[in-house]
Design a protein around this ligand. Structure first.
Ligand code: PEP
Ligand code: MN
Length: 463
C-alpha cells in the first residue's frame, strides 16, 4: 500500500469549521449528536482492505485496463429494501456488466449506487405540494435518511440516520450473501433470478442470451483444456458500494483509523466509493475538507459551471500526491453542452498531470420536465451525451473510461419495468410515464432501456 496522503490539519471532524452547502437544520442538535455517537460505536460496513482493492482497480481503469460501471438509483428508499428489489438490482448490474465485458474485452469494475445512497441535494430548500387539494409550501424531501417523502413528514429526524445505517447493513448483507451463493455464476448453477424472464422484447432477449451462451461456451472450453482461470467472469465478483457523501456527520461517524497504516490513515467505512456532488464541491467548503482526508477513492461530479482552473485546484486539494486510482471525474454537462465544456476540462487535467478516471454521467445534465410536470430524461439525449463523450475524448488524445448511470432493475409485483425515462427500444412515450413512475427523485432507465444502453456502449468499446 502506498503512503497515506499529506493531511495537514485534517481530522474526521475538521469539516465542521467550514461552510456547509446543503446543510440540514435539525430541530434538536443534541439528539443528532447522540445518534451520531451511537453510529460511532457500530461496526464498519466495509473494510479498508476492500477499499484499497477498489482503489487499485480504479488505477487499472485509469490505465485503460478496465472499464468502470457506476450505476444504481438516484435515491434508495427504506421501503425499497426488499429481497425482490435487491435481486433485481443486482441482476441488472451484472447483466449490464456482462454485456460490457463482451464488448470491451476488459474487466468491468462495478460500483453500485446502493447500500447508503439515501441523501439528496436539492436545488431549492422548499417545494410546493398538494395537501388535500391545497397548494402548500413545505421543506423539500432530502432523502429517507433526513426526512419523509410524505409532505407532512418533512421535519429532519436524526433517527433516520440510524435507520439508514441499518438499511445499508441489511442491503449489503443480502448482496454479499447472494454473491457468495453463486448468484452471479454463469455455470450450471446459474440461478435464473437475474435472467431476462420479464424482458418482452425478443430481440433484446436473444442478443443477451447469445452473449451469455458464448461466454459460457468460452468458459467451458477453458475448463476442458484445464486453464486455471476457468471461473466465470462474474464468479466471486468484486462488487462495490457507493453514495454521495452529503451528510458529513454520518460520514464522520463511520470514518475509522486504519489500525495497520503508518501514519494513520482514515477510511470512510460506510461505502467503498463516495462522491462529491455538483452542488457541494466548493473549494473552501466542508465537503471538500472532509473528502481530502479519507483514503477511499472519491468521485467528483463535474458540471458546466466548473471552470478549468477550479477543477485543477480541486484535484490539488483532493489528491496532492497525485496517487493513481484516487480520483474519478464524473462529467455531467448535458448533451447540448458537452462539446463546449469537456475539451477544456480534458486539456486542464492533462496539463496538471493529475491521474484521473474519466467517466460520463449522461443523466444529470439531461433532465427535462414534460408539459404534464413529470421529470424525465429521453434515451436519445442520454445516448447523445455518452457517444459525444466517447468521441471527444478520442479526439483529444484521452479516453472515456467509464459511465455513471441511474437505472433500476426494480419490477412491479406483476413483473413490469418502471416507466420513468422516454424512448429506448421499447419506445416509451410521454403518455406512458405515469404508468409505473416509482422514483423518489430522478428518473431512472428501466431494465430494458439499461440493456439497450449497455449494447450501445459495448459497441463503442469494441471499436
Ligand atoms: C446524483 O448523482 O444523483 C446527483 C444529484 O448528481 P449531481 O450532483 O451531478 O447533480
Ligand atoms: Mn440523480
Amino acid at each position: 500500500m502506498s503512503a497515506a496522503p499529506s493531511q495537514d490539519g485534517w481530522t474526521p471532524s475538521s469539516w465542521r469549521t467550514k461552510p456547509f452547502a446543503q446543510a440540514v437544520q435539525y430541530p434538536d442538535e443534541a439528539e443528532l449528536e447522540s445518534v451520531l455517537d451511537k453510529i460511532k460505536t457500530l461496526p464498519p460496513l466495509v473494510t479498508p482492505t476492500e477499499i484499497d482493492r477498489l482503489r487499485d482497480q480504479l488505477a487499472a481503469v485509469q490505465r485503460n485496463e478496465a472499464f468502470l460501471l457506476h450505476a444504481g438509483d438516484c435515491a434508495e428508499s427504506f421501503d425499497a429494501c426488499t429481497e425482490a428489489n435487491l435481486r433485481n438490482k443486482l441482476g441488472l448490474i451484472l447483466s449490464v456488466s456482462l454485456i460490457l465485458i463482451w464488448g470491451a474485452r476488459l474487466p468491468i469494475v462495478r460500483v453500485a449506487r446502493i447500500a447508503g445512497q439515501y441523501a439528496k441535494p436539492r436545488s431549492a430548500p422548499t417545494e410546493v405540494v398538494d395537501i388535500d387539494g391545497v397548494k402548500t409550501e413545505v421543506p423539500s424531501f432530502r432523502g429517507d435518511n433526513v426526512n419523509g417523502l410524505a409532505p407532512t413528514d418533512r421535519t429532519p429526524a436524526p433517527q433516520r440516520l440510524l435507520a439508514a445505517y441499518f438499511h445499508s447493513a441489511a442491503t449489503l448483507n443480502h448482496l454479499r450473501a447472494l454473491l457468495a451463493s453463486g448468484f452471479a455464476s454463469l455455470g450450471e448453477n446459474h440461478p435464473s433470478g437475474w435472467s431476462l424472464r420479464h424482458v418482452r422484447s425478443k430481440e433484446l432477449r436473444a442478443e443477451f442470451t447469445a452473449i451469455t451462451a458464448a461466454l459460457a461456451d468460452a468458459l467451458d472450453f477453458s475448463r476442458v483444456i484445464g486453464l486455471p482461470s476457468s471461473s466465470s467472469p462474474l464468479d466471486e465478483v468484486d462488487f462495490y458500494t457507493s453514495h454521495e457523501g452529503l451528510m458529513l456527520g454520518y460520514e464522520e461517524a463511520l470514518t475509522r483509523p486504519s489500525p495497520s497504516s503508518k501514519p494513520r490513515a482514515h477510511y470512510n467505512t460506510s461505502a467503498h466509493f463516495l462522491w462529491i456532488g455538483d452542488r457541494t464541491r466548493q473549494l473552501a467548503g466542508a465537503h471538500v475538507e472532509y473528502f481530502r482526508g479519507i483514503r477511499n477513492p472519491v468521485g467528483v461530479k463535474v458540471g458546466p459551471s466548473m471552470a478549468g482552473p477550479e477543477l485543477v485546484a480541486l484535484l490539488d486539494i483532493l489528491n496532492p500526491d497525485k496517487e493513481p486510482g484516487r480520483i474519478t471525474l464524473i462529467t455531467r454537462y448535458g448533451a447540448a453542452k458537452v462539446e463546449t465544456h469537456l475539451p477544456p476540462h480534458i486539456a486542464a487535467v492533462k496539463a496538471s498531470a493529475h491521474p484521473v478516471a474519466w467517466v460520463c454521467d449522461p443523466m444529470h445534465g439531461n433532465t427535462q420536465t414534460t408539459p404534464a410536470g413529470i421529470k424525465t430524461r429521453h434515451f436519445s439525449t442520454i445516448v447523445a451525451e455518452l457517444t459525444a463523450s466517447f468521441r471527444i475524448h478520442a479526439e483529444h488524445g484521452s479516453r472515456l473510461q467509464g459511465t455513471s448511470l441511474e437505472f433500476t432493475g426494480e419490477l412491479t409485483a406483476d413483473g413490469f419495468s418502471v416507466t420513468e425515462c422516454l424512448g429506448g427500444s421499447m419506445g416509451l412515450r410521454e403518455d406512458e410515464l405515469g404508468a409505473r413512475y416509482h422514483s423518489f427523485c430522478d428518473p431512472r432507465l428501466n431494465f430494458e432501456q439499461s440493456l439497450d444502453l449497455a449494447f450501445l456502449v459495448s459497441d463503442h468499446l469494441r471499436k
